[in-house]
Design a binder for this molecule. Structure first.
Ligand code: ZN
Length: 428
């Protein structure tokens, strides 16, 4: 089982949806990539469909319950800004980049989620300075490849304005182009978040979101040019993917407000949670409900409190686990369209989202996290280059199939996975 390609470049355009496909077909660089590609515009994502679990799935081929990244952030009730699943050690089992490294391949990752302190040759992990006394650059440096990041910051740091978009992705792009040129890695993972940020701030179909897709087209073009200039075009494979779609919302649901009103949760100063029997941990479009000791009476009470039209489904722990989500939750809830979940204990259970809320970043206009079964909620997968059939259109595929398929391209094996190698698109 030898490798089918020499250089695998995986570009994740966060929040790129199956619904964006017609737009991509009108853009020069996506159109160019599509010409000799195999693709799928109906890629079912995972549950909960949030960025960190999705990206862990892409590099492991596993469902969240099996790779361990069951949400973006950790369960830390009372913490204003909970920590994220930043570290590679949070992922159970092997990954695409670990297997590549083990076979002596060179690896690089730019802002790929859950790679802090990973064994990647050229690594600029996605990790934010999450405490007042933390400064972004040293936080990134100690958690990734220091020299490499210093070099990239020295050359392109002026482009970046903290975490603001599109500057952050423009910085990541220059680092990606430079990395292809100077290092020619066998595996390059790049994560762009411009579109996701704009969709959260301005809605799914906003002008700003369309503008972000156009910027992504330019970024794709720059990467394709870099591959050509590096003289590795014939030996390379480019994979352009999304991780989930998004849905617009106008109202917020705050289950913790209900839990507080019914004595299931206590707060101290500044509405800080100090003690809880039931706690709602948001995944935006869905949410986990954690209940101390899975107490059956509390579970029953919470079910009654949450049985309302704004909540589309209430899943048991077993059902959540069957969908691949955290088996340790007591319940999992799915918001109806137009709603999403927030962990706040303040105010009323339902809040109308105002423009002011969005401007102050209190709430968002669109989000993800919803069930993969929601209508028109698929993401997409485009593969082109060495080892890839030309013109094969897959009617459907699953995010868990991406890991084993990418591994197969490099002649690697991820072991026991939940997905399958999509052999139809490969030149075996
Ligand atoms: Zn995402």
């Amino acid at each position: 089982m030898g490798p089918l390609t020499d250089h695998l470049i995986v570009i994740s355009f966060d929040c790129l949806s199956g619904l964006d496909f017609p737009t991509l077909e009108t853009l020069p660089n996506f159109r160019k990539l599509l010409i000799n590609s195999s693709y799928c515009k109906n890629v079912k994502t995972i549950y909960p469909s949030v960025t960190y679990p999705c990206h862990a799935t892409i590099v492991t081929g596993k469902l969240p319950k099996n790779h361990g990244i069951i949400n973006n952030t950790l369960l830390q009730p009372g913490k204003v800004s909970p920590d994220w699943y930043w570290y590679r050690r949070d992922i159970q089992g092997t990954t695409l980049y670990d297997e590549a490294k083990q076979q002596g391949m060179s690896t690089a990752a730019l802002l790929w989620p859950v790679t802090a302190k990973a064994n990647i040759d050229y690594n600029m992990p996605e990790i934010f300075a999450n405490r007042r006394w933390h400064h972004q650059i040293p936080v990134s440096l100690v958690n990734g490849s220091s020299l490499y990041q210093l070099e990239m910051n020295k050359k392109f740091g002026h482009i970046r304005k903290g975490l603001s978009q599109p500057e952050l992705d423009d910085f990541v792009l220059e680092a990606a182009v430079e990395t292809i040129r100077m290092k020619k890695p066998n595996l390059l993972l790049v994560h762009f978040t411009d579109l996701d940020t704009k969709r959260h701030e301005t809605g799914f179909s906003s002008q700003e979101a369309i503008a972000a897709i156009k910027r992504h087209d330019n970024r794709l073009g720059r990467i394709m040019d870099a591959v050509k200039l590096a003289g590795i075009e014939q030996k390379s494979t480019i994979i352009a993917i999304g991780d989930h779609s998004a849905i617009d919302e106008s109202k917020v649901l705050k289950p913790n407000v209900l839990f507080h009103e019914h004595g299931l949760l206590n707060v101290g100063k500044n509405n800080k949670v100090i003690d809880w029997k039931a706690y709602c941990k948001s995944c935006d479009g869905s949410a986990y409900i954690y209940i101390k000791n899975h107490d059956p009476r509390t579970i029953k009470m919470v079910r009654q409190l949450l049985t309302r039209s704004e909540i589309e489904a209430i899943w048991s722990s077993e059902e959540a686990s069957r969908f691949g989500a955290d088996p340790n939750c007591s319940l999992m809830i799915e918001a109806a369209r137009d709603y999403y979940f927030h962990e706040s204990v303040e105010g009323t259970f339902i809040d109308e989202i105002t423009q002011k809320d969005v401007a102050s970043k209190k709430y968002t206009k669109a989000c993800h996290g919803y069930s993969p079964e929601k209508k028109d909620y698929d993401t997409l997968f485009i593969a082109s280059g060495k080892g890839i059939q030309s013109g094969h259109v897959l009617p459907s595929m699953h995010l868990i199939d991406e890991g084993p398929t990418l591994a197969r391209l490099l002649g690697l094996d991820l072991g026991k996975v939940d997905g399958r190698v999509v052999e139809e698109i490969l030149i075996l």
